[in-house]
Design a protein around this ligand. Structure first.
Ligand SMILES: [Zn+2]
Length: 234
């Protein structure tokens, strides 16, 4: 929360944790039960920000840069040593930020990531489907249009297909899935999913041709050197 904002209502902690565990289970299902991500903190951390809302809004990647600078200080890490994907819920900032996620160093398996959301989104029916989508970005997944697929009708959770929307804690009858491009990428995110491997017979439709995977770029973070490593860390 920005400087001088009121603390979040206590029920937010339970809501966030419940949603995160649900998303964790959903990813396990989508990865054929082989793996899912780990949840580091037992209870969400409430941090009083050092800046005003305007300063967060003006920072790179829609507030992600300023958030990371403070989280790195809190956890005594930098862009190379950070092993967390932070889920930042802004409290007291109204509907901003609408939602975003990315790996800190871009690519796949390059380290940590960040998701930024307005805490007000917790009151929206489709918070869960939004969280699954932003987690995908934080794991390194781009939108499906980079592969030539339609953003409004594709079955991937990395589209904006409205039929994926959850309603509170009720799933959509047609939830977003991981398409072969998503699965291929996540099979290379070994720090997050060490046990997930591609099984072409199971994961690819007949006749599937592998186009090159598209990588998200590294973040620009003031006070941190530019990321100079490879886009995929094997
Ligand atoms: Zn997106």
């Amino acid at each position: 929360m920005p400087r001088d904002a009121a603390p979040p209502p206590p029920e937010y902690s339970d809501l966030v944790t419940k949603h995160l565990v649900w998303a964790q289970n959903r990813y396990r299902d989508l990865l054929s039960g082989q793996d899912t991500f780990q949840i580091a903190a037992g209870t969400p951390l409430v941090l009083s920000g050092q800046k005003d809302i305007a300063q967060y809004q003006a920072s790179n990647d829609g507030g992600a840069e300023a958030s990371l600078q403070e989280l790195f200080l809190h956890d005594r890490v930098d862009r190379n040593s950070c092993r967390f994907i932070y889920i930042v819920l802004f409290v007291g900032t109204g509907p901003w930020p609408g939602g975003g996620g990315r790996p800190i160093n871009g690519g796949l398996n390059t380290g940590g990531g960040i998701i930024i959301l307005s805490a007000d989104l917790l009151a929206k029916p489709n918070f869960q489907s939004t969280l699954r989508h932003e987690l995908g970005h934080a794991f390194g997944l781009p939108h499906v249009d980079v592969y030539g697929y339609d953003m409004s009708t594709n079955p991937s959770l990395m589209s904006y297909n409205p039929v994926h929307h959850t309603r509170g804690f009720e799933d959509s009858p047609t939830p977003g899935v991981l398409i072969p491009e998503d699965l291929r990428a996540l099979s290379r995110a070994k720090r997050i999913f060490p046990n997930f491997t591609i099984n072409p017979a199971r994961d690819y439709p007949p006749g599937y041709t592998q186009a090159p995977l598209v990588m998200l770029g590294p973040m620009q973070i003031g006070g941190q050197a530019e990321y100079g490593g490879p886009q995929i860390v094997e």
